[in-house]
Design a protein around this ligand. Structure first.
Ligand SMILES: [Zn+2]
Length: 242
């Protein structure tokens, strides 16, 4: 799937939508978009976990959702992957090892449990599905694990955090569904110093390609979610014992 320019486009769509909001409003909208890849189109509000403030959020984000494209509709329904919650590319059971959802790496080991009628829902814009909702999974899981361990990251801007790693404060952002060359460009543009990806993405080849495409004078740590949690919790516990 072609993804060039989509990350920047996602940031622009989001930035424009929240331009008038205060920091708390921006955080609420971001969280809503990350948690709701589909939104009700017909008043079947049970598709969304409505809290009293969600109505205001829905007004801000409504234009970021579109009718479900026909290529994602099968028998009138859109199947959502049970692992990443992004649309399945095929409702049929593909062979083992086949790409079957938009995240492209999910195992096909669970039954599809959510397949709303396509006419009843609107789908989050594709750039935001891939570059806001998808990395939101590793982001939320990491933030929760670090908070539970007593070593939370501090919010910096929407989507970036400050975290003390190896004695210095790093600017941390979470990524997913990106290739190494695109990621190298993205992290430079985002001005982060620590890029965190799901452990399943980060093999030796990915790390090497990433290093090769970074400009010479940039130092960026590429960590898996597990490495971030481990490094942060181990270091701070060691410091606390001193
Ligand atoms: Zn998936």
């Amino acid at each position: 799937m072609e993804i060039t320019g989509q990350a920047e486009f996602a940031d622009r769509l989001f930035g424009t939508a929240v331009a008038e909001l205060d920091a708390a409003g921006v955080a609420r909208v971001r969280s809503f978009l990350q948690r709701n890849v589909v939104m009700s189109n017909t008043g079947h509000r049970d598709l969304i976990n409505f809290d009293p403030r969600s109505t205001a959020v829905v007004k801000v984000v409504r234009h970021l959702y579109e009718p479900v494209p026909t290529r994602l509709i099968s028998a009138g329904e859109i199947a959502l992957c049970p692992t990443c919650r992004l649309p399945a590319l095929s409702a049929d059971l593909p062979e083992h090892g086949t790409i079957w959802c938009e995240a492209e790496v999910c195992p096909r080991d669970k039954p599809v449990t959510s397949s709303p009628r396509a006419a009843d829902v609107l789908l989050l814009h594709r750039a935001l599905r891939l570059f806001l909702a998808l990395p939101g999974l590793v982001e939320r899981s990491c933030l929760e694990r670090l908070r539970d361990a007593g070593t939370p990251l501090s919010p910096r801007t929407p989507g970036t955090y400050i975290g003390r790693l190896d004695g210095t404060d790093g600017i941390v952002r979470f990524y997913d569904r990106t290739c190494a060359t695109h990621l190298a460009g993205q992290v430079v543009r985002d001005q982060v110093t620590v890029a965190v990806l799901p452990a399943t993405t980060l093999d030796y080849g990915f790390r090497r390609a990433f290093e090769n495409f970074l400009p010479d004078d940039t130092e960026i740590s590429l960590l898996s979610d597990e490495e971030l949690v481990l490094r942060k919790t181990t270091k701070e516990k060691a410091d606390a014992k001193r």
